[in-house]
Design a protein around this ligand. Structure first.
Ligand SMILES: [Zn+2]
Length: 371
């Protein structure tokens, strides 16, 4: 049973405190027909929150955890306890990352249930799973070489390539597409699909006006900043622009008095404050990065203004992706330039004449592409 013990921290209110940490596999009822279950994960982000929604004679589940034996065992436990032997009739995945989609194929297969996902997430997930076991493509090596990786760092990347599919059970061959702003019925209630982009291509959050709940996936998190990265599959993508735009849109569209149910950490009130904090943090990073580029630098030289910790081997990949996202955003705003040298390494430098332009107000209305 959740006990009320509201905690105000950095502008957000956590109704059951910030540190509430339900035991893995022990469901907590959030609202009528809505249960929160935490699953453990063996990594630095050591848990994910999943949501069980009563749906007539069965259950709709939102997100599924990694394809691990321990997670399957937690599901088995839930089938026999809170789910009372009633079947899962629908699996919704907010987005393609393995902690969200990992067991979707297993659950849909086991119950003959449908997978509901946005189209880009479904297709991209299948493409990425398809990379598992393949050789690293030459274009991906050139991408990290351009970012400034040395041979040891390239070898590290090679060793990790294809990991994505290892914790994802094969997805079903067909799915039910979720579309931005459509309304779906779960149990007795309407839930509206809210698509965001930048953390992943077509991330789905679910908003229930009657219950004043927002299942926010990784789009809005209370403490950590959702990762926004550029990857070798789309070197000139501008996911940070998309992320900033969709965050502002969600803040504009949704009321502020919803309880946010994030995929990581504790549920909270303060959707608008949190979105503003996240947007402002990225804008601050863009300003610091611009200032830092008063001389030519490679992507790997640009960690100091963006991260207040040393980047080690374990965090190099994520740090590089995030740095490139900020660089591509500044390129798209025409605030900086990029030049490739004879060794295939990209050097970035500010356009000093744009020093007065902030937060997207550049000499041009921004271009949709960073090239
Ligand atoms: Zn994610």
């Amino acid at each position: 049973m959740l006990r009320d013990s509201p905690e105000l921290y950095k502008g957000l209110t956590y109704p059951w405190s910030r540190e509430i940490n339900p035991a893995p596999g022990q469901p907590e009822q959030i609202a009528e027909g809505v249960y929160w279950v935490r699953f453990a994960m063996p990594m630095s982000l050591d848990h994910i929150n999943l949501w069980l929604l009563e749906d007539g004679d069965g259950w709709t589940v939102v997100d599924t955890c990694l394809s691990l034996n321990s997670a399957r065992a937690t599901w088995e436990q839930l089938f026999g306890s809170v789910m009372q032997g009633r079947p899962i009739t629908r699996v919704i995945c907010t987005h393609l990352h393995p902690d969200h989609v990992g067991l979707a194929g297993w659950l849909t297969e086991r119950f003959g249930a449908e997978l509901w996902m946005s189209r880009e997430e479904f297709l991209m997930c299948r493409a990425m799973v398809g990379d598992t076991g393949r050789e690293v493509p030459a274009v991906a090596l050139r991408f990290y070489q351009a970012a400034g990786y040395n041979d040891a760092q390239l070898a590290l990347y090679k060793g990790k390539f294809g990991n994505f599919g290892r914790a994802v059970y094969p997805l079903p061959d067909s799915f039910r597409r979720l579309v931005d702003l459509e309304t779906i019925t779960i149990g007795e209630r309407y839930w509206q699909v809210i698509v965001g982009s930048g953390h992943s291509p077509e991330h789905v959050a679910l908003y229930c006006p009657a219950l004043k709940l927002l299942i926010s996936g990784d789009q809005v998190l209370p403490r950590i900043t959702p990762n926004v990265s550029v990857f070798p599959t789309e070197p000139s993508g501008d996911p940070l622009h998309e992320w900033l735009r969709s965050s502002a849109r969600i803040r504009e569209m949704l009321p502020d008095d919803v309880l946010v149910l994030p995929a990581h950490e504790a549920p909270f009130y303060g959707l608008h404050v949190r979105l503003s904090q996240l947007i402002e943090a990225h804008n601050r990073d863009l300003r610091s990065l611009f200032d830092y580029l008063d001389q030519p630098r490679r992507a790997v030289d640009c960690f100091p203004p963006l991260f207040n910790r040393d980047i080690d081997q374990g965090s190099l990949g994520l740090a590089t992706g995030e740095t490139l996202a900020h660089l591509n955003c500044l390129l798209g705003r025409r605030r900086i330039t990029r030049e490739r040298d004879g060794q295939g390494v990209d050097w970035y430098r500010q356009r000093p004449e744009t020093a007065g332009f902030e937060d997207g107000r550049g000499p041009l209305l921004r271009s949709p592409r960073a090239t």
